[in-house]
Design a binder for this molecule. Structure first.
Ligand SMILES: [Zn+2]
Length: 107
């Protein structure tokens, strides 16, 4: 197997498309040919780099989504808290009014 052929096989190897005889010839050449080993390293790094870049974007999107969900959750919580506060005031007002009415009636 010559370097040209191995070079063409590198993407196939990285995509795990090589098998049997091809794979064993490829591995054998890589183990004895520093140039092809280097080329494999470079192509692997490029592939990994792109994969992690895509993964990073996906992670950021996920993070953004989580942040958005968190903000929404906090808003809902604040709204609930506000409603509870208003409800509390209303209850307090009613109690105060009842107390005043009772006091007025008793006195
Ligand atoms: Zn070679």
């Amino acid at each position: 197997m010559n370097c040209k052929k191995v070079d063409k096989m590198i993407p196939m190897f990285l995509n795990k498309e090589l098998s049997g005889r091809e794979l064993s010839d490829f591995m054998e050449h890589i183990s004895v040919c520093p140039e092809c080993k280097e080329e494999l390293n470079i192509q692997f790094l490029v592939m990994e780099g792109m994969a992690s870049l895509e993964g990073g974007d996906a992670f950021d999107l996920n993070k953004n989504l989580n942040k958005q969900l968190e903000d929404a959750r906090r808003k809902v919580q604040m709204r609930k808290g506000f409603h509870l506060f208003v409800y509390g005031l209303e209850v307090l007002a009613i109690i105060t009014m009842i107390t005043i009415i009772v006091l007025v009636m008793v006195l």
